[in-house]
Design a protein around this ligand. Structure first.
Ligand code: GAP
Length: 409
């Protein structure tokens, strides 16, 4: 393919993903009825579900299944001193088109009238963990190495928001600050590099499109002595997905925080390895990884090949015909209701003919469509259609829960 053709195709792909997201209720332009607001997007029902599944999978792997990780949910507006001490007031800038430095932190006012003070919306969740380092140590007495984890919103007044949800002004981060002894930093840097890749595989990011970039000194953030960016081949080019930084003892030292290392019998300032993940970029890389077009009998089938543990809807339930009360009753009482109670993300879909329903569910990325037909009424079996192969199998209604449970392991 020539360069021009590839560019056109990539542009088309991005357009298709953006339009699918709006059409199917994943992502809408922010404040759209007032002409939008640059760099903001609103999340529809399926977008929220997708983000929740991503965040849950992250929390399960990096917090719940470990013994050395402590969660925190700090405020978005913090004492402004935090950002002076962290170096963000002086150094969290980008250059404008005419080369002027522009601090990308959003300012706000806390309090009224003359008493009001200027504060900032946090540009990273990381500082919420550093300022609660002492609280966490005092409450849980963790031994080194241990980590803190946080998922939450971050805000940056980006000079040029662009490429759909790739660079926005309000986004979510999933971050870990992992505290280690100074001499161990390289070992844990390598450890987190492979943990990050493992999670990418687990959620379904196409890792053949992921590339590691050793970030040079002048491009690193002010707090980092080493950074590896995980870049992704988006349709608009190879750009940052996630990052892994060695923050040294920069933050704890600046906040004047210490730790008593009982094993070594000394006071010390732990060093920090920081794996950081953006939720929006996870969603975008997943959409690019999952978007599939297939031509069959002259028709193009579009579907999202999302993993069952991440897909917004795990299965859709349909009566073959919506004007046959006995089918509707069976589908509702014996199939939909118990599955809905068990899995939550189950959708009732009786709109249009079966072909239309399959196409809609394909675009939402629903792995299984379950249809109740006239045979079901006598044999208590339903048709389960697989999104990726289009193949259908008959399954006993009493086996459905286990069948689905196995798929979302
Ligand atoms: N605490 C470290 C930190 O904030 P960063 O590389 O500036 O590092 C971390 O941001 C992650 O947050 C990025 O890897 C990316 O996934 C996400 N991110 C950063 N800026 C973003 C933006 N404007 N829009 C969407 N995601 C963004």
């Amino acid at each position: 393919m020539s360069k021009e053709n590839k560019k056109e195709k990539d542009g088309e792909l991005m357009g298709k993903i953006v339009s699918l997201c709006k059409r199917r209720g994943f992502i809408f332009p922010g404040s759209e009825i007032y002409g939008g607001l640059a760099g903001t997007y609103d999340w529809g029902h399926f977008g929220v579900a997708l983000k929740n599944n991503i965040k849950q999978s992250w929390w399960k792997k990096f917090v719940d299944s470990r013994r050395d990780m402590y969660g925190i949910d700090a405020t978005i507006i913090m004492n402004p001193k935090v950002w002076e001490v962290s170096g963000h007031v002086a150094g969290f800038s980008d250059s404008t088109e005419d080369g002027k430095q522009f601090n990308v932190m959003f300012k706000t006012q806390v309090g009224a009238g003359e008493e009001a003070t200027t504060a900032y919306l946090r540009p990273e969740t990381a500082q919420g963990m550093f300022v609660n380092f002492k609280n966490t140590v005092d409450a849980f007495h963790p031994k080194l190495p241990f980590g803190m984890a946080q998922i939450g919103k971050a805000f940056r007044n980006e000079i040029a928001p662009r490429d759909f949800i790739f660079r926005v002004r309000e986004f979510e981060q999933m971050e870990i600050e992992y505290f280690v002894r100074k001499d161990d930093w390289e070992k844990y840097f390598e450890y987190w590099r492979s943990e990050m890749l493992e999670w990418m595989e687990e959620v379904g990011i196409d890792t053949s499109k992921v590339h590691e970039l050793e970030v040079g000194e002048k491009d690193r953030a002010h707090y980092s002595s080493r950074t590896v960016d995980f870049e992704f081949d988006y349709p608009f080019g190879r750009k940052e997905l996630f990052g892994l930084a060695y923050r040294t003892d920069f933050d704890l030292k600046n906040h004047q925080l210490e730790y008593i290392d009982e094993e070594k019998g000394e006071k010390t300032v732990p060093h920090v390895i920081e794996p950081t993940f953006g939720v929006e970029r996870t969603v975008l890389s997943l959409l690019v990884s999952a978007y599939t077009e297939e031509e069959k009998d002259g028709e193009v089938r579009e579907y999202l090949k999302l993993k069952p543990n991440i897909a917004p809807v795990i299965c859709a339930v349909s009566p073959l015909l919506k004007n046959k009360p006995e089918l509707v009753e069976y589908a509702n009482v014996k199939v939909f209701t118990p599955l809905k109670e068990e899995f939550g993300r189950v959708m009732w879909d009786d709109n249009g003919n079966i072909g239309k329903r399959y196409r809609r569910q394909d675009e939402i990325g629903t792995p299984f469509c379950i249809v109740v037909d006239f045979d079901t009424l006598t044999d208590d079996m339903v048709t389960v259609r697989d999104r990726d192969t289009g193949e259908q199998e008959r399954i006993k209604v009493s086996d459905l829960k286990n069948y689905i449970k196995e798929k979302i392991q």
